[in-house]
Design a protein around this ligand. Structure first.
Ligand code: F6P
Length: 553
């Protein structure tokens, strides 16, 4: 095993470690999980890990000890650990933006020291947490009053991407821990319908808007925030002075917040070393803190930190994010898998896959390496999924019997949430029975012989046969608590990191979202004013003309 030099890095797919994996893949051929389990009675216990409250079973993967060893060698050659340590140290590993990548500092204990440009950032992190806590206590106790003197009953978070998906996902996930007397809404889409539906039944006098935007320049958010301000002032029949009692901002950009008309004393700060998709444990989580309270929020941060420490210190053989990252590389680069399904058996995780889509696909949807050279290997997968059991009655057919290999994560919790109606608790066993059954069916399938033995007519046997060998990771925890949610998110964050490190891409920029933004700005005047359309391709120009015709412009 040797570390790759710069030249090798451009040829990841020609390194000895990569070649060894390709050869090993050929040798394994179509070996079946049935054989792998039969050959090793200890497989289930051997291929399992416990990290904090998370139990991971990875025995249903198309791997042997040798596969795992070779994958770890690839990680060692790509110096995943070196990049990981550089990230934790605050080095500027987001090279295209010249920024440190320090979401791990957001959940570091107050005693920790993490320096960016020579300055310890941890005290500032905790100062903002305390400010969030004071504000949260005031709102939840009714001490914070709106313009007309009424306490806040409704909280509307306006943000998009990382300034929406994290808080919205975590609010759903932790609903059982939320103040049920408060109403929370999350507005992201520039489609006016989103804001319209979010506020139409709210009393403006009892409504607080949280404008969440790292840059405070994102057109969707600024447009929605402006409309929300107009709605509020119209509803209250008030002037600009009402804004201070009903609007707070979460941002890195004090100047723009002030320009928008939000008092910067009502601004909760974060920093450029927090990527948008890694930000919901920063000030961006204010709506979540309002929902679950500061203590639960801190429990969640402790959960994140637990997995950070695990990732930083656990040996490769026991390092869960490393393992999950490597399994993804195994399927994406050596089995041709194009996508990865995330299938939580918890209704509370209904937005989990949408959150992971940004985390994973905005991070690793890249096709040039850190030096800007085209990569010759597959990078990030398409991530998708919805909660079980709904998916079982929709797309699982394709996972079971389709022609595509779709590795999947099955997530479940031993206990239902505490405030579930007693009459519904019994359903939890049925839910979990489905999770376990799916993992089994996907891995082991049902042979033609087994089908025929049931007396199925010969012509139907192929249709009722399940080939199996569909790999899954099962992640099981006691309950979906704030800490467990933090642990899960950190697990996925670091998994994505591992993959980006191996593929030698910058997982922390997102230049791919820029072109569409620029073009939308160019097209919009043509739609609204009917101005001559220039600089458009023929197809887009024809669509714009058709749109204008339909709108009578
Ligand atoms: O989609 C691009 C992006 O920059 C995301 O990375 C980010 O989470 C989102 O837009 C919102 O950005 P902001 O928080 O600056 O409004």
């Amino acid at each position: 095993m040797s570390e790759m030099n710069a030249e090798d890095r451009t040829r990841l797919d020609r390194t000895p470690e990569w070649n060894a994996l390709a050869k090993h893949r050929d040798e394994l051929g179509e070996v079946h999980l049935r054989e792998l389990f039969a050959d090793d009675p200890r497989r289930a216990e051997k291929y399992a890990l416990t990290v904090g409250d998370l139990h991971l079973d990875y025995s249903k993967h198309l791997v042997t000890d040798e596969t795992l060893r070779l994958l770890r060698e690839l990680a060692a050659a790509a110096d995943v650990a070196g990049l990981r340590d550089a990230m934790f140290r605050g080095e500027k590993i987001n090279t295209t933006e010249g920024r440190a990548v320090l979401h791990t500092a957001l959940r570091a204990p107050e005693s920790a020291v993490v320096k960016v440009d020579g300055e310890n950032v941890v005290p500032a992190v905790h100062a903002v947490l305390r400010k969030m806590q004071v504000f949260t206590d005031r709102v939840r106790s009714g001490d914070w009053k709106g313009h007309t003197g009424k306490p806040v009953k409704n909280i509307v978070n306006i943000g998009i991407g990382g300034s929406d998906l994290g808080p919205a996902m975590a609010y759903e996930a932790l609903r059982a821990f939320t103040a049920r007397d408060l109403t929370f809404r999350f507005v992201s889409n520039v489609d006016g319908a989103d804001l319209h539906e979010a506020v139409r039944d709210l009393d403006a006098a009892e409504t607080l808007f949280i404008v969440a935007s790292k840059t405070f320049t994102t057109i969707e958010t600024i447009t929605n925030a402006t409309s929300a301000r107009n709605w509020l002032l119209a509803q209250l029949g008030a002037g600009e002075e009402a804004v201070a009692k009903h609007f707070v901002a979460l941002s890195t950009n004090e100047e723009k917040v002030s320009e928008f008309g939000i008092d910067t004393t009502n601004m909760f700060e974060f920093w450029d070393w927090v990527g948008g998709r890694y930000s919901y444990d920063s000030a961006i989580g204010l709506s979540l803190m309002l929902a679950i309270g500061p203590d639960h929020f801190r429990e969640m941060l402790a959960g994140f930190h637990l997995v950070d420490e695990h990732f930083r210190t656990a040996p490769p053989e026991e390092n869960a994010p490393l393992l999950l990252g490597l399994l993804g590389v195994w399927y994406g680069n050596f089995h041709g898998a194009q996508s990865h399904a995330v299938l939580p058996y918890s209704h509370y995780l209904s937005k989990f896959a949408a959150y992971l889509q940004q985390l994973d696909m905005e991070s690793n949807g890249k096709s040039v390496d850190r030096e800007g050279r085209p990569v010759n290997w597959q990078t990030g997968p398409v991530v998708w999924g919805t909660p079980g059991t709904n998916g079982q009655h929709a797309y699982y057919q394709l996972i079971h019997q389709g022609t595509k290999l779709i590795p999947a994560d099955l997530l479940g919790f031993a206990r239902p949430v505490e405030d579930l109606q007693p009459g519904l608790v019994a359903q939890h066993d049925l839910l979990m029975a489905n999770l376990f059954a799916q993992g089994q069916a996907l891995a082991f399938g049902k042979t033609a012989e087994e089908v025929a033995a049931e007396g199925v007519p010969a012509e139907l046997v192929p249709h009722k046969t399940f080939r199996g060998n569909r790999p899954t990771t099962t992640i099981l925890a006691d309950e979906l608590s704030p800490s467990v949610l933090g642990q899960l998110i950190a697990l996925y964050e670091h998994k994505v990191f591992v993959q980006g490190a191996i593929w030698n891409i910058d997982s922390f920029d997102q230049w791919g979202v820029e072109l569409g933004k620029v073009l939308a700005k160019r097209v919009e005047p043509a739609l609204t004013s009917g101005a001559a359309v220039s600089g458009l391709d023929a197809s887009t120009a024809a669509l714009v003309s058709r749109y204008r015709e339909l709108r009578g412009r």
